[in-house]
Design a protein around this ligand. Structure first.
Ligand code: ADP
Ligand code: SF4
Length: 692
């Protein structure tokens, strides 16, 4: 395609020299976890290939273990323990090179922050200290001989990476996850030899490893340093002032500086807690100290922000993990002048949960993420329809919108009917809650795409009945009618519900809050859901002037939010807002004036004055239309209906990511041959060579 690029964005497409290699533009997919890693090399390589095809000049692995003494089990990252690990990464390099991009590997030895659950090696660290993951064991202090061995492992891994075809080899000193960083940290390094004490001594190992790597592979490969400039831990951690001294000491040693804030929860902050470009104050000094190119991250999705970062001398290369996950074709879309087509990351961190739950990466905005090899799904291309059928989509939430968009792209004649006066369903409603504004991008991207498809018609203000559907005359009908929150207390912890809640006028649900019906006074939010809703409700009520108590039968606040890196931010915000937190309690009674709680473990009863409660427990599908149409199946043939499906929250309430995926899958599979009991390709060991 001829380039229709806006000249304002030209600077994003100028090449950047990185040591002996050249990035063809300034788009740099920085290392990111994906839950596939060494266990699923084909799926991993196909996912990275998509980034290269989409125009990223550099495509990196996730952390890459260099030795069995840094085994990260159960997390599945990349691995280069010995030569047998080379082919898996060579596969990725070949696929990335095929599209003219550079491949980068993030070599890592995690010392006391490894687990060694698989290798059973003893953990090592700068000094004796408790482990962070794995068993509650300790890491032993490394001897000088150990340090020499570690340097040898790193050098050998760099050579293997070069043989695999890597163009950029990372030394990793970020996220509190690697030995060169642990040696920098006073809280982890209590040594009194040449590797401890003064800053010069604590920097020694990092300096040596950078030099080792250059000597080993620097003739052909660039040496990058991923470096944390701030840990936000006060004097316990690396602080900006110390980071400035460190960068000063080794400014010209790496070919590329990749800088960010540690730990991961301060780096990949959900949009609820940090805006685009939030790391600038912590990393902007680096370019003033070094002549080498600098890459930084900030959930950059706006080309104007990217240009501004470069023009103002903050960074040279636009680093991205999440924006490249939500839209692997982001660079190409800017290049082709298709800014409106960019599928912007919403900052929900469902992608992070893949790594956390040790399963293939998923993305709310990009339902093809992680499915490139498993299902052969391409983020931009869908197979054309087989027949000229008409499809009626009922419900314009994330499931219905994505189904209509993808069906439209396949060439179907699509009608989308939505009961309300606005599209977006839960996304529109949730995005009005505190901190969730960016989530509306799930709607906006799809509405924008649908607007370009003449074969998709949208009908607002159109609540359809079963008779309406039968009268419509579509061959295929898909119902994406959503769900609603229960009021009766039923949930994980109360299988029989909570007596009296259902009919009480002072009991509210998230739907009430989203409809603008808010309680006042002393309000208890009851969280039996464990993810974001209850803390968002607490936020909203706090803003509204309520005195908020948060109650959960779980032993911690919003336990599932650990998987999206929300947890610590939620706890801090609640503490700041003075939310009264009661963990390990369930509600036994509420009479409109007094709330009676029972401790989950000892049965202790607690009573407190309370004006209203908000129950965040479970949801029920809005599937009345589906049930009604099912009961009228004998009439389908006369109405011309060949298939009827119910998808998304109307089938089984879940995350927005589930609804988008359901809509996409429906559109992909319509009129296609069935794929059998297992709907995706799997990895098998070499004993089953037909599948590897
Ligand atoms: P999902 O997450 O599965 O997409 P949502 O709750 O976000 O579900 O969206 C469901 C949408 O369906 C809502 O916008 C709702 O107004 C709409 N809807 C529900 N029932 C009907 C109906 N009978 N006719 C048309 N639209 C409907
Ligand atoms: Fe962005 Fe959410 Fe997708 Fe992650 S899952 S890339 S945060 S939209």
């Amino acid at each position: 395609m001829t380039s229709m690029r806006d000249p304002r964005y030209d600077i994003l497409f100028t090449p950047v020299q990185i040591g002996p290699v050249t990035a063809r533009n300034r788009f740099f997919q920085v290392p990111h976890c994906n839950g596939m890693g060494h266990a699923m090399p084909l799926a991993h390589a196909a996912m990275r290939e998509m980034k290269a095809e989409g125009g990223w000049a550099v495509v990196s692995t996730e952390e890459c273990e260099i030795h069995p003494s840094s085994d990260l089990t159960p997390y599945v990252e990349a691995r280069l323990w010995d030569d047998r690990d080379i082919p898996a990464l060579a596969l990725m390099c070949d696929k990335v090179h095929a599209h003219g991009a550079l491949a980068a590997v993030e070599l890592s030895h995690n010392g006391p922050t490894a687990s060694n659950l698989y290798s059973r090696e003893v953990l090592i660290g700068p000094s004796h200290q408790p482990s962070k993951y794995g068993y509650p064991s300790q890491a032993r202090a490394m001897t000088l001989k150990d340090i020499g061995e570690y340097r040898r492992w790193h050098r050998e891994a760099a050579l293997r990476a070069k043989r695999a075809g890597m163009d950029i080899i990372y030394v990793y000193a970020a996220h509190d996850l690697s030995l060169p960083m642990h040696f920098l940290q006073r809280r982890r390094n209590h040594r009194s030899d040449a590797y401890g004490g003064s800053l010069e001594n604590r920097v020694r190992l990092l300096r040596e490893v950078l030099q080792d790597t250059r000597e080993a592979v620097g003739d052909r490969c660039a040496v990058a340093l991923r470096f944390a400039t701030e840990e936000l831990l006060g004097p316990e951690g690396i602080e900006l002032s110390e980071a400035q001294d460190i960068v000063g000491l080794i400014a010209e040693l790496p070919d590329l500086w990749d800088v960010n804030v540690a730990a991961w929860y301060n780096d990949s902050v959900p949009s609820r807690f940090a805006a685009e470009g939030a790391q600038e104050p912590f990393v902007s000094f680096v370019k003033k100290v070094t002549t080498k190119p600098v890459v930084g991250v900030g959930r950059f999705t706006s080309p104007d922000t990217m240009v501004s970062q470069i023009r103002r001398g903050v960074i040279d290369l636009i680093g991205a993990a999440r924006p490249s996950i939500a839209d692997p074709f982001l660079p190409r879309k800017i290049e082709e002048g298709r800014i409106d087509d960019i599928r912007e990351c919403i900052g929900c961190n469902i992608c992070v949960s893949g790594d956390m739950t040790i399963s293939p990466i998923r993305c709310t905005q990009n339902p093809t993420m992680g499915e490139e090899w498993r299902k052969g799904w391409h983020p931009e291309r869908l197979p054309p329809r087989r027949e000229a059928s008409r499809v009626l989509v009922v419900g314009g939430g994330p499931a219905g919108l994505e189904a209509a968009r993808a069906l439209g792209q396949r060439g179907y004649e699509v009608s989308l009917a939505e009961a309300r006066r606005e599209l977006g369903g839960r996304v529109t409603r949730e995005a009005r809650l505190p901190g969730l504004a960016e989530w509306v991008r799930v709607r906006d991207w799809r509405v924008g795409q649908i607007g370009k498809l003449p074969n998709v018609s949208v009908y607002l203000d159109s609540p359809l009945s079963a008779q309406d559907v039968l009268d419509f005359g579509a061959e295929h009908v898909v119902l994406a009618t959503g769900c609603h929150w229960r009021r009766d207390g039923f949930g994980r912890s109360n299988g029989l519900g909570i007596e009296g809640l259902d009919s009480h006028p002072s009991v509210f649900t998230p739907d009430d809050l989203m409809d603008g019906r808010l309680p006042s006074g002393r309000v208890a939010v009851f969280d039996d859901d464990g993810f974001y809703y209850a803390s968002v409700a607490a936020d909203l009520l706090h803003q509204h002037g309520c005195t908020v108590t948060y109650v959960t039968p779980e032993d911690s606040v919003a336990p599932w939010s650990v998987n999206t890196l929300d947890y610590r931010h939620i706890r801090k915000r609640m503490a700041k807002q003075g939310v009264d937190v009661r963990v390990s309690y369930t509600i036994v009674r509420f009479d409109g004036a007094v709330l009676t709680l029972e401790n989950s473990w000892d049965g202790t009863i607690l009573e407190q004055p309370c004006d209203a409660i908000v129950t965040v427990t479970a949801r029920l599908p809005d599937d009345a239309l589906y049930q009604s149409l099912l009961s009228r199946e004998p009439e389908w043939a006369d109405a011309g209906i060949r298939s009827l499906r119910c998808i998304g929250d109307a089938e089984a309430p879940g995350l927005i990511a589930h609804a988008v995926y359901a809509g996409h899958r429906y559109a992909r599979e319509l009129e296609e041959p069935a794929s059998g009991e297992v709907a995706f390709k799997r990895h098998f060991h070499a004993e089953h060579p037909q599948d590897v």
